[in-house]
Design a protein around this ligand. Structure first.
Ligand SMILES: Cc1cc2nc3c(=O)[nH]c(=O)nc-3n(C[C@H](O)[C@H](O)[C@H](O)COP(=O)(O)OP(=O)(O)OC[C@H]3O[C@@H](n4cnc5c(N)ncnc54)[C@H](O)[C@@H]3O)c2cc1C
Length: 416
């Protein structure tokens, strides 16, 4: 049985505790971490979406699972008191907020777990729910030469925050979303119990928490599958004017066997015009390689498509990389002349959006509202979707990225 966080029973004693000042609450809860009064200007009252702002009652910085358990137990005994775990607050609709409630800032627990685990010939890492993926990446690669297999495009997100959603990037076609690459979780349930769960142990809780938007428990530790980290990545972009050719090639790449395709496949839509934010200039090719629109046919529509792929290799493989990459590119039907490629280290490739963040912060658009929308569209509807949504409704762009992730439904881990 799973208890929803914030599901409550009336308890006058517990409620009266909330009228006390911060230090007496902290004392009565016997927290090792700290607690502060909620404030409209505190980080817990905002998120990346910038659409909602609410004032929490308290912001709690737990030292670990025991503190979180005490806080959740208090909330479960108190009427109308909600609890929200906050990772890095990069969701968009107030999911990590609690109006008049308790926000648990998971960043204070980020260093609690970091253990490399070779088990039966496979490799795993135990990390904290509050750890940032960018730190997991750099620590895993530099210490052990291993890395998680499935990522998000941007890595200043927490392990608990993306596992509560899905965690999707260009590796998901092969390994599934990040939620499919977790074998065990330690969770504080809605009753405040600290519970370990997996596919075979408390599996209802495990599958409820993964993708559960923090409503089924708070992730304090996750065991993530690893792969040997490549040294380098060849990062390639090719442009299409026809959607059918773009999707045909994306589908071809994501259905090939491992070792016979790229390691990362993703795409995006942009406007077929010279608008600096939505059009040709928004598609960076190689440094110094400007987008040349004369390659685009006169019959192309209002939008164009970019397929972004990456090929992993070790330094010792370098001589064979050209053959493998050119063999794959030779099977694709992109617009001649609109291809770019660059070789970068594996960590630099994975941190590419973090670098873009610095530029966006510098031009002031990072802090604006971000009304984002994510949709799954089935293969049978995707051409119609392109015609109605991309080519018609969004023909002038959205002032931000319009990303396409080719996914295989079979790669998503589900409960039996
Ligand atoms: C610039 C940017 C780029 C992004 N790129 C991608 C991408 O490429 N792929 C992708 O899949 N997503 C992407 N996202 C979306 C992102 O994965 C989600 O919004 C994610 O939830 C944010 O993580 P966070 O740590 O900031 O979580 P928060 O926003 O803090 O929390 C999100 C939800 O998770 C819950 N939660 C947080 N921590 C825990 C925990 N430890 N246990 C249980 N529940 C918890 C919260 O209560 C809330 O419901 C992007 C977001 C941004 C802002």
């Amino acid at each position: 049985m799973i208890a929803y966080l914030g599901r409550i029973v009336h308890d006058n004693d517990a409620e009266s505790k909330l009228d006390d000042d911060v230090s007496s609450i902290s004392k009565s809860l016997d927290l090792q971490g700290s607690i502060e009064k909620g404030d409209v200007s505190s980080l817990a009252s905002k998120d990346f979406g910038g659409l909602y702002s609410v004032k929490p009652l308290f912001l709690i910085k737990p030292s670990g699972a025991e503190d979180i358990s005490r806080v959740v137990k208090l909330a479960s005994r108190t009427s109308n008191l909600t609890v929200a775990a906050r990772g890095n607050g990069h969701s968009i609709n107030g999911q990590a907020m609690a109006e008049g409630g308790l926000v648990i800032d998971m960043s204070s627990t980020e260093k609690n777990h970091f253990e490399f685990l070779p088990i039966n010939g496979s490799h795993y890492i135990d990390v904290s729910g509050g750890a940032l993926w960018e730190d997991v990446l750099t620590r895993c690669v530099s210490r052990y030469g291993y890395a998680p297999r499935s990522w998000t495009d941007y890595l200043s997100l927490t392990v608990g925050g993306t596992l509560s959603n899905a965690g999707v990037s260009g590796q998901a076609f092969r390994y599934g979303p990040q939620t499919s690459n977790v074998t065990e979780l330690e969770v504080v349930t809605g009753k405040g119990e600290i519970t370990v769960c997996s596919e075979t142990l408390n599996s209802e809780l495990f599958f409820g928490v993964l993708g559960g938007l923090g409503q089924f428990g708070i992730i304090t530790r996750a065991r993530i599958k690893l792969q040997q980290a490549p040294d380098m990545v060849r990062w390639i972009r090719v442009v299409y004017s026809e959607f059918e050719e773009f999707t045909r090639d994306a589908e071809f790449l994501v259905t090939q066997k491992e070792g016979e395709s790229f390691d990362y496949v993703e795409g995006f839509v942009f406007c077929n015009n010279d608008d600096p934010f939505n059009g040709w200039p928004s598609v960076p090719l190689d440094p110094g390689h400007e987008f040349n629109p004369t390659h685009i046919s006169q019959t192309a529509g209002s939008v164009l498509y970019c397929l972004e792929v990456a090929f992993h290799y070790r330094n010792s493989d370098h001589p064979t990389v050209d053959t493998a990459v050119n063999g794959l590119l030779g099977r694709l039907r992109f617009v001649e002349g609109l291809k770019s490629q660059v070789d970068v280290s594996y960590t630099k490739f994975l941190l590419r959006v973090n670098r873009a963040e610095e530029q966006v912060k510098a031009n002031g658009t990072w802090d604006g509202p971000h009304p984002w929308l994510n949709l799954f569209v089935s293969k049978s509807d995707v051409v119609n979707f392109d015609r109605t949504v991309f080519k018609t409704m969004l023909k002038d762009g959205v002032g931000g990225p319009m990303l396409i992730y080719p996914l295989l439904r079979s790669k998503e881990k589900r409960s039996a």
